[in-house]
Each structure stands twice: as structure tokens, then as C-alpha cells.
Design a binder for this molecule. Structure first.
Ligand SMILES: *Cc1c(COP(=O)(O)O)cnc(C)c1O
Length: 451
């Protein structure tokens, strides 16, 4: 392919991307059955020969675009997804042309430099210890795994156990303390690391979904305590200050899963929810959820740089060890510079812009919960953040409501369960959502309940 044709193809891709975005407000929030059926167009055999690249782009747009969920739009309230901020999405398009491997400075001075600025800004806006290491991983899942690997290695090495040489067999026992509402990806990380259920103490939560300090078992210097900033159903926070104080006094390691909730720290009005979280040892948060960067991008933050960089060290003979090189701070060896869309989001919003994003979504969640309550919906959480957890007076009606709302296609949210009861949850996490969108959501649920 000649350069001229390549440029023309990229221009066509940009044109099609623009078309998609301009239709985002009108399209159904979940694709129609017809659009989903159109996905059979991809059911082809592996091509034997080359073809015109433009033909591949056109198939992707013609049959793929209509079958997407409008999670980048203003009326999608499912899971905790978040849209893409313009600056982050634009940076993403440019760096696709760069195609940099962001594993270390020699691979890409541009990526390493910009990501190190993003790292510094993240620590500032989240107000976490400035000496911390920041690894840009794919997800809170991967970053949580990284932090927990660092925690375990650090605790074992401190007992004198040479984990890298001796492995786990016969190693001193490390215990993990988690709440009964820890995110499933924490359980997954623990399982991958070889922690069984027997190695874990599960602590009950209070009625808001916060770990109850009175139920905390005795901690020691061979314990990893996993806490949560932003529970997926309620958006609640564990009471960090008393818990972390006890953990530190015992010499335990504290890890905080803050996939979306840690961003409450960027808001002067919601920061109180995270009081004391800065005392932990490691934290994870996503860019792709509440910061509204495109998928995928997250960070592993670890107060002790060496703990993370030795656990994840991937220095090869041809690559001298560098505790700040990204390949030693994430699971990936080669990767795209996923810290750059995070940098772009922070640069374009600034401190006040991020605070407005967080506070705006929280205000929308309040407005939504008040409107739904007046429509006869039972609100199950305190709505301290951006999550609204609901049920109906007769919980067996929840499934039918979901079915009606989802098939109408004006808004989308999914089912949940709370303390054994059928529930549904709306997460307000898009920069695009306005008061009008919230009012439309209330009206839509009211209408579907009445009809
Ligand atoms: C989404 C989420 C995760 C997992 O994050 P991914 O980026 O999807 O891997 C972990 N914890 C909480 C509380 C979450 O909301």
C-alpha cells in the first residue's frame, strides 16, 4: 500500500468515527435485534489472500458500529463504564499512529516522559504519597494483581524468605483479610496468586456495605488487608482511618481497590469519603471508568517503589534494571502508552475540571435517586457517590422492568442483587450526561412502571 492510500484510509476511518459520534445521541442505547443479527457478516473463514484494507474498515463500520452499545453516550447507566473525554479520545487516535512500545525510556522517550508526567499528576490529584511508583496497566484487575503480588513478596522477604529463589512451597503463611463485598477481581487476583479460601478471612460489612472495624480480626506483619474505595453497588467506602491505623500498627500491608471511587479524592465535596486512605501501601484505580479515558487504562500505585519493581521485575540481560521503567511496574513487557490518554484527560480538565466531572455525576445520581423515589422505586443505598441502587416494592417485578426499559432502548442499566434481593443499579459516570438525560431516565422508568 502506498502512503497516499494509507492516508486516505486513515481519513476515511476518522470520517466514519465522526459519523458514529454524531449519531451517538440518537441511536438506541443497546443495539436492536436486527443490528445484532447483522454481526453474522463477520462469520467468514480466514481469508486466503490479501484484500483492499478499505474493505475491512467498511465491514467493521457497516456491521460493527450498529451493534455497539452506546456506552460512550449520555444515557448509558450500566455497570461503571464512563464515556471518552474528547482530549483523551483524540490523543488515543494520534498515538495509534505513533505505535510506541512504552516499556522503557529507550523504547520511547516520548512515551516515558509523558507517562512520568501523568504519574506525577495522578499522585497530586489523588493526593497520594509523592514517592510512590505508578505503573500504567490495562485494568484495575491487572493492577490489583500487581499490587497484591508486591504485597506478598514484600511481606515474605521481610520475614527473611527468599521468594524468588525458594518459591512458595514451605514459605511462611501470609493471610489476606477482605470484606464480604470485595470486588470479584480481587478474589480472582488472590486465586491467581495462589491464595486459597483457607488463606482468607472474610469480614462482614455494615448495612451500607462498609467493612466493620469491630469485626476486624487480629492483624500482624504477615497480613494483607484489602480495602475498598467505592463499592460497585452502593458506591460506599470502607472507614479507612481506623482500619489503616490498626493495620499499620500491626505491620500489615494495606491495599485499596479504588477502581472508580478513588476519584472522589479529586472533589473537595466528596473527598471526606476517602479520609485516611493515603495511609495505605498500595492503591489501584482506572482511567477508563470515572476519568472517562478510552479503554483500556488503569494504574497500580505503590508507596514502596522497590516492592512493586522487584515483584514485577523483567530486566533482561540486555536491559539493565530500572525501578522506574514501566516494564518493571506492570504485568506487560511490551505495551502501548496507555498513560498518554490519562495525561490528556488530566491536562484538558485540570484540577477543577476533574472535580466538576465527579461532582456533576454525583449530583446527577442524587437527582436520579430523588426522582425515582417519587416514582415509587425503593432506593437501597445512601447515594453518597455516583451509584444508585434500587429495587421495587415487589422485588419480583424487577426483571420485568429491566426487560421493558432495555427493549425500549432509551436508557440502559443492568440487574444486581443486594443482600439476596433482586435489585437494579444505575451508575452515572459519563461526562456527557446532563440534567435533561437524568430527567429522561426518571420519566422513562416512571412510564415503564405505569404501563
Ligand atoms: C470495575 C472494578 C474493578 C475491576 O476493574 P477493571 O478495570 O474492569 O479490571 C475492580 N474493583 C472495582 C470496585 C470495580 O468497580
Amino acid at each position: 500500500m502506498r502512503l497516499r492510500d494509507e492516508l486516505q484510509l486513515l481519513a476515511e476511518a476518522s470520517e466514519r468515527a465522526a459519523q458514529y459520534l454524531s449519531g451517538l445521541h440518537e441511536r438506541p442505547v443497546f443495539p436492536s435485534a436486527e443490528s445484532v443479527a447483522g454481526l453474522t457478516a463477520f462469520d467468514e473463514g480466514l481469508p486466503e489472500h490479501s484484500s483492499d484494507p478499505a474493505d475491512t474498515l467498511r465491514l467493521l463500520d457497516r456491521s460493527g458500529s450498529p451493534a455497539t452499545t452506546s456506552s460512550n453516550g449520555p444515557r448509558y447507566y450500566g455497570f461503571v463504564i464512563g464515556a471518552s473525554l474528547p482530549a483523551a479520545a483524540a490523543a488515543e487516535r494520534l498515538i495509534a499512529s505513533w505505535d510506541q512500545c512504552a516499556s522503557s525510556y529507550v523504547n520511547s522517550p516520548a512515551a516515558a516522559t509523558i507517562e512520568s508526567v501523568a504519574a506525577r499528576w495522578l499522585l497530586e490529584i489523588l493526593d497520594l504519597p509523592s514517592e510512590s511508583a505508578v505503573g500504567f496497566g490495562t485494568s484495575a484487575s491487572a493492577c490489583g494483581l500487581s499490587c497484591l503480588a508486591a504485597a506478598r513478596r514484600h511481606l515474605l522477604v521481610r520475614t527473611g524468605w527468599d521468594l524468588d529463589r525458594a518459591g512458595l512451597a514451605g514459605a511462611p503463611e501470609i493471610r489476606v483479610v477482605v470484606s464480604d463485598l470485595a470486588h470479584v477481581t480481587i478474589s480472582k487476583a488472590l486465586r491467581i496468586l495462589g491464595f486459597g479460601e483457607r488463606d482468607q478471612t472474610v469480614v462482614p460489612t455494615d448495612r451500607h456495605g462498609r467493612l466493620d472495624p469491630d469485626q476486624l480480626p487480629k492483624l500482624d506483619d504477615r497480613t494483607i488487608l484489602c480495602l475498598q474505595a467505592g463499592e460497585v453497588n452502593t458506591g460506599e467506602f470502607d472507614p479507612f482511618e481506623p482500619l489503616i491505623e490498626r493495620a499499620r500498627a500491626a505491620g500489615a500491608w494495606v491495599h485499596v481497590d479504588g477502581a472508580f471511587g478513588l476519584w472522589a479524592r479529586a472533589s473537595p465535596t466528596h473527598r471526606y469519603l476517602t479520609h485516611g486512605v493515603e495511609g495505605a501501601d498500595s492503591w489501584t484505580t482506572d482511567g477508563h471508568k470515572w476519568l472517562n479515558t478510552p479503554y483500556d487504562g488503569a494504574v497500580a500505585i505503590c508507596r514502596d517503589v522497590e516492592a512493586l519493581s522487584t515483584a514485577l521485575d523483567s530486566s533482561a540481560v540486555y536491559l539493565p534494571a530500572d525501578p522506574r521503567a514501566q516494564r518493571n511496574l506492570t504485568l506487560e513487557f511490551s505495551r502501548r502508552p496507555r498513560g498518554i490518554p490519562i495525561w490528556a484527560a488530566l491536562r484538558s480538565l485540570g484540577r477543577t475540571g476533574v472535580a466538576e466531572l465527579v461532582e456533576g455525576n454525583c449530583q446527577h445520581a442524587k437527582r436520579l435517586s430523588e426522582g425515582l423515589a417519587s416514582a415509587g422505586v425503593e432506593i437501597l443505598n445512601g447515594v453518597v457517590l455516583n451509584q444508585v441502587l434500587c429495587t421495587l416494592p415487589d422485588p419480583s417485578d424487577v426483571a420485568a422492568l429491566l426487560e421493558r426499559v432495555q427493549s425500549a432502548g432509551r436508557i440502559w442499566f443492568g440487574p444486581s442483587r443486594w443482600r439476596g434481593r433482586p435489585a437494579f443499579r444505575l451508575s452515572v459516570s459519563s461526562w456527557r450526561t446532563t440534567d435533561d438525560d437524568i430527567d429522561l431516565a426518571i420519566a422513562e422508568i416512571r412510564r415503564q412502571l405505569r404501563d
